[in-house]
Design a protein around this ligand. Structure first.
Ligand SMILES: Nc1ncnc2c1ncn2[C@@H]1O[C@H](COP(=O)(O)OP(=O)(O)O)[C@@H](O)[C@H]1O
Ligand SMILES: [Mg+2]
Length: 267
């Protein structure tokens, strides 16, 4: 089972776009994928104009069955949507015993139903982010081409380390993913150098960049996924490459979980 949180403490860096597109790429490769929106802004439901019968908070707090809460948005791809109630959910989780493990416990009985889980998070340091990190144990950090986005990435790496230490669960910052990259902007080279420094300091690989592509705005306006609008779009090609790189990075974990469970997952 692959679990991946998409996080950066800065907003507008391409987290939601990355979560939706990587989840879709995984589903298209045959992974039964669950995309979870843990952002109270509910960006995924808004972006894809989904009207779910129930939300993430209903699943966690009211203990509804997961299949009754998800929306199928493509072959092998389900979404568990977030909304403003996610904030109330966070307040309730705060009072729970072993709160960082709440998602792990809630999803345990559905682990057989999916091969991959991708979690989109809000741009903040919150309990939900900590729960998502502990649940996924793998963090992918999109970084757009501005310096604050690099600071947000640094803060996310630090959170992953401190949260991992405090709950004694290893949390891997899997990779840094440059997003919304346009080589014609002067700042791009400066920011890419900063990303490389972050990579050298923490020994975290940098994936090939996702180029700026108008198709992403177009897809958002049409409330569709890129693959359904233009399967040849350059941003999609870049996200396909990123997905292959992510799978390569996760291979050691997949092999060891196969070993433990005696199952075979085709990568
Ligand atoms: N590769 C890209 N090319 C052009 N626009 C992009 C790209 N990636 C993201 N965007 C746009 O940037 C904005 C922020 O992206 P989003 O995924 O919502 O970021 P976050 O979830 O980090 O706030 C959105 O308007 C989105 O359409
Ligand atoms: Mg977002």
């Amino acid at each position: 089972m692959i679990k991946l949180m998409i996080g950066n403490q800065k907003g507008g860096v391409g987290k939601t776009t990355t979560a939706i597109t990587v989840a879709r790429c995984l589903a298209d490769r045959g992974f039964r994928t669950l995309l979870i929106d843990s952002d109270p802004q509910g960006s995924i439901a808004v972006t894809l104009r989904l009207k779910p019968e129930a939300y993430f908070s209903d699943f966690i707090l009211n203990q509804l069955r997961l299949p009754d809460c998800v929306v199928k948005i493509a072959e092998r791809l389900d979404v568990l949507c977030g909304n403003r109630e996610t904030t109330a959910m966070e307040q309730r989780i705060f009072t729970m015993y072993g709160r960082e493990h709440v998602f792990q416990n809630a999803f345990r009985m559905y682990e057989e139903s999916y091969d991959a889980i991708v979690v989109d998070v809000a741009p903040s340091i919150s309990l939900l982010q900590a729960c998502s990190m502990v649940f996924c144990q793998n963090v992918l950090i999109p970084i757009s081409m501005d310096t604050l986005s690099v600071s947000g990435a640094g803060a996310t790496i630090f959170s992953a380390q401190t949260i991992g230490d405090s709950v004694r669960t290893p949390i891997h910052t899997l990779a840094l993913l440059p997003t919304i990259v346009n080589r014609r902007f002067g700042l791009t080279d400066v920011v890419m150098k900063m990303v490389q420094q972050l990579s050298d300091t923490y020994k975290i690989p940098v994936l090939n960049a996702i180029r700026t592509d108008q198709i992403i705005g177009k897809a958002a306006r049409a409330h569709r996924m890129i693959a359904d609008i233009d399967p040849k779009a350059k941003a999609l090609e870049d996200y396909e490459g990123a997905t292959s790189a992510i799978l390569d990075l996760l291979k050691p974990q997949l092999l060891s979980s196969e070993h433990q469970h005696g199952e075979t997952i085709a990568v």
